[in-house]
Design a protein around this ligand. Structure first.
Ligand code: B3K
Ligand code: ZN
Length: 844
């Protein structure tokens, strides 16, 4: 397989003036007839005419009406073409029913749908399938299905056909087609300039009652983008379709977003509060792509973070605005550390803008998305809100209709602010998470912070240069008063000091407030100071962070020294838990403990070999101690945050339920699940039901609920996904592999549905103590299924390979067992390019 390099970019030989596609739908023999108007690109280097195409049966081809015989290659075709403009026409045949990779045109529950990003359009017809080739598409769909959808505005429809025209030039990856027996949940939106837009959420019959929330989220997103970024919607219609078989969350196709049904369908009875929040965020994300991704797209796939980092940043701003900003920030940082820091620390580390790839689908990563978003946040912190707004206005004005690069993006900021962003650009080019170490000193009223930054080597990058790091700090007096409100220090050197004068006493520093940069802060600090910050910091993120550091420190001592749970931590936590002036959602987050994976990485960074079982045991012991320590408080908390009003998935109710259910989980360790059983029996919504079910499973009392839950929900695939994954997540680690294996034999298990596959095998890999069982049974089970899935669905297989990315942390025994499985998968004949690349990088 060929490696593609950023440095090799060259413009495409031709410009495409227009594209006309006709689809004659049929499950095994769909005909795609294309008529494409090409014109030589004056800015392109000389090159032979080439069109991408994969798995297509070419029926005919012509140029300006005269038949031609192109030369077919593995990846497309070449052909002699005229020197000037010409009309290219082909007819090809494809078989959507047999397309299990879920890329290109495929079928899901009898419905036709497409997924073209990144390189799926070449599985539909011959085309220059690259994002810098933008054109105007007209699409005619012929089929018996009652609903026939494509991008843009509808121009004609009748019995057995529909025609769509998209006036906005777009790359092929934004093409979409949907056909099936679908029902619309309709809506309407009037843009700020007064244009009426028809909205629809299309679902399979039976799901109509799960669209109302998504529709409201869509309207809120449309309004927010007008108010905050001045971006208005630009077509007469906006369609969303829910599809059951989908490799990822959703896709921002122009005017026709396609969603994994798990990321759009919502009802109180079937969705948890967390599901609602995620659905709202994904609907916003895909909608926001209309400007950041679609109107302005990427020149090539190395620039993926241009649209993804920015759009993740925008959706996080939206969630912060409509919910709670501190809660959103804490949730985002938990995810960033769990997924992106982990990636940055291992064999899959790559820059936010990678410089080479084999399979681009392997680069839709936490680094490109989440770290990419952090870079936007840092830029905004560095230039300030007003200059950020001016830079974004300039970006939209200057680049609308173009396919752009990170250089274009940074230039806009330089031009709008007069700043030189040369050093900032290193954040895009250098992989790895910087370690930021801090010491401090105090003398004669002057307090000084000494920082030094260092980034460990990552694959292919041994040397790292210092980056610009915005460090938000505040200073507190020992009595808890803030003597320096949040101030952003701009670190540019490898080592740098900042002083603050006129202080009467030595202050307590609150560093990296609101997590102002994606770095690992290293500072020798006392637990007394952490407890102080947990109690007094004015920055909610750093309050939470102080509690987290206390918990981590205690857990590490429990693991390494066999220490007992730290009473000071339990006291500090109880003080937060019982403080009714604090947001319940914040308190629930503060009561959460570092994950098993977080502790494993912490131990590894300290020079120890993590023992997954010991980590799990320490967490269990600490939770038991928390329950005992707070035994008087827990029933009160639980009762106090029960909700009498009708269910609403908003921040207020969500926070109250999160706190009550956090209390319930601890309470269950004291009452053997009695209260959880009562909640399970009376639950009126999925948040309550699932939380109670999880408690019952955790305390070993879940058998009856497992049967009852299945009977109640066996008709609902999304709820049954929860049933699969929760049994694995809550299993005793010694049994997790057996539970997983048994569930793969359940009649409702199918590897063809990515959601179900992830709910089962993915749940195992998310339970470190279970997955890393010393026998290697977890590794073998996962490998068996990856080998089975790869020929059907390379994308989902490759993604799940990252379960092995931390393998070098572990002991020689586990390393040997993992390596054997990596080699076994790698030696499978005809392994996909996706999986081969991932495993090759992981194995090193
Ligand atoms: N742009 C899509 C992701 C496509 C993934 C292709 N393997 C969804 C999103 O980021 O909004
Ligand atoms: Zn996106």
């Amino acid at each position: 397989p060929q490696t593609i390099h950023l440095a090799d970019y060259a413009a495409y030989s031709h410009l495409v003036d227009s594209v006309h596609l006709t689809f004659r739908l049929s499950p095994d023999a769909t005909r795609v007839i294309s008529r494409i108007v090409f014109r030589p690109n004056p800015d392109a280097p000389a090159q032979p005419f080439f069109l991408h195409g994969e798995g297509l049966r070419l029926i005919s081809a012509s140029i300006d009406g005269a038949p031609v015989t192109p030369t077919l290659t593995e990846t497309g075709l070449t052909c002699d073409v005229p020197d000037g403009p010409f009309v290219w026409e082909t007819e090809v045949e494809i078989a959507p029913a047999g397309n299990t990779a879920l890329e290109g045109l495929y079928m899901s529950n009898g419905m036709y749908c497409t997924q073209c990003e990144a390189e799926g359009f070449r599985k539909i017809t011959y085309y220059p399938d690259r994002p810098d080739v933008m054109s105007i598409f007209t699409v005619r769909i012929e089929g018996a299905e009652p609903v026939l959808l494509s991008n843009g505005n509808p121009v004609a429809q009748g019995a057995g056909f529909a025609e769509w025209h998209d006036p906005w030039p777009k790359p092929a990856y934004l093409f979409a087609l949907v056909a099936g027996e679908l029902l619309a949940h309709p809506g309407e939106f009037t843009t700020q300039s007064g244009r009426k837009v028809t909205l629809n959420i299309w679902v399979r019959p039976g799901d109509e009652d799960k669209c109302a929330f998504g529709m409201e989220a869509l309207k809120a997103s449309m309004r927010w983008d007008e108010q905050v970024y001045g971006r208005e919607y630009d077509l007469d219609i906006f369609n969303i379709v829910a599809v059951d078989d989908f490799n990822m969350g959703a896709m921002e196709n122009k005017g026709l977003n396609i969603f994994n049904s798990s990321c759009v369908l919502a009802s109180p009875e079937t969705s948890t509060d967390a599901n609602f929040e995620r659905i709202e965020a994904i609907i916003a994300h895909e909608y926001f792509h209309n400007w950041t991704g679609n109107r302005i797209t990427c020149r090539d796939w190395f620039q993926l973070c241009l649209k993804e980092g920015l759009t993740v940043y925008r959706d996080s701003q939206f969630t912060s605005d409509v919910r709670s900003a501190p809660v959103k920030r804490i949730e985002d940082v938990i995810q960033l550390r769990a997924r992106q820091f982990r990636e940055d620390n291992g064999p899959l580390a790559h820059p936010v803008r990678p410089e080479s790839f084999v399979e681009i689908n392997n680069f839709y990563t936490a680094t490109v998305y989440e770290k990419g978003a952090e870079l936007i946040g840092m830029l905004k912190t560095l230039v300030g809100d007003a200059d950020y707004a001016r830079a974004l206005d300039l970006y939209f004005e200057r680049h609308d209709g173009q396919a752009c690069t990170i250089e274009d993006w940074l230039k806009v900021f330089e031009d709008a602010t007069g700043r030189d962003l040369g050093q900032f650009k290193r954040w895009y080019a250098q992989a790895g998470t910087p370690r930021l170490s801090v010491t401090d000193e105090f003398a004669d009223g002057r307090y000084t912070l000494h920082f030094s930054q260092q980034t460990p080597p990552t694959p292919g990058q041994d040397q790292k240069d210092p980056r610009v790091i915005p460090i938000a700090v505040g200073l507190l007096n020992p009595n808890g008063d803030e003597v320096l409100p949040t101030t952003v220090l701009e670190m540019t050197q490898a080592s740098q000091s900042f002083s603050f004068d006129g202080l009467a006493t030595r202050p307590i520093p609150s560093i990296l407030r609101n997590f102002s940069a994606p770095v690992i802060l290293e500072r020798a600090t006392s637990n007394a100071e952490r407890a102080f910050l947990l109690a007094h910091d004015t920055d909610p993120f750093n309050r939470w962070e102080a509690g987290r550091a206390l918990a981590r420190d205690g857990l590490i001592r429990m693991i390494l020294e066999g220490a007992a749970p730290d009473t000071a931590f339990l006291e500090a936590l109880q003080a937060v838990a019982r403080d009714d002036s604090l947001d319940p959602a914040f308190r629930a987050l503060a009561m959460g403990l570092p994950s098993q994976d977080d502790l494993a990485q912490t131990l590894f960074d300290m020079g120890h070999t993590p023992d997954p079982q010991a980590i799990w045991q320490a967490l269990e012991t600490l939770k038991q101690a928390m329950a005992q320590h707070m035994q008087d408080l827990l029933p009160r908390l639980y009762a106090q945050y029960q909700i009498e009003e009708a269910y609403r998935p908003d921040a207020t109710q969500t926070g109250a339920r999160a706190l009550a259910n956090t209390a319930l989980a601890l309470l269950s360790r004291l009452d053997g699940g009695a209260q959880a059983q009562r909640q399970y029996d009376s639950a009126g919504n999925m948040t309550q039901q699932l939380a109670a079910y999880g408690c019952l499973l955790t305390v070993g009392k879940g058998t009856a609920a497992t049967t009852a839950f299945y009977e109640q929900w066996k008709h609902d695939r999304l709820v049954i996904d929860k049933w699969f994954s929760l049994q694995i997540a809550c299993a005793d680690p010694a049994e997790a592999v057996d539970v997983t294996r048994a569930l793969t034999k359940h009649p409702d298990f199918t590897m063809k549905n990515p959601n179900r596959f992830r709910a089962t095998l993915g749940a195992l890999t998310a339970s470190p103590a279970g997955f890393h069982q010393a026998t290697g049974a977890g590794y073998a089970l996962l490998a068996d299924w990856l080998i089975r899935l790869d020929p059907l669905n390379p994308q989902t297989t490759a993604r799940m390979c990252s379960a092995f990315e931390t393998w070098r942390r572990y002991d020689a025994g586990r390393q040997g067992l993992i390596k054997a499985q990596l080699d076994r998968i790698l030696s499978t004949p005809n392994l996909s390019r996706d999986t081969a690349e991932m495993l090759g990088r992981i194995r090193g």
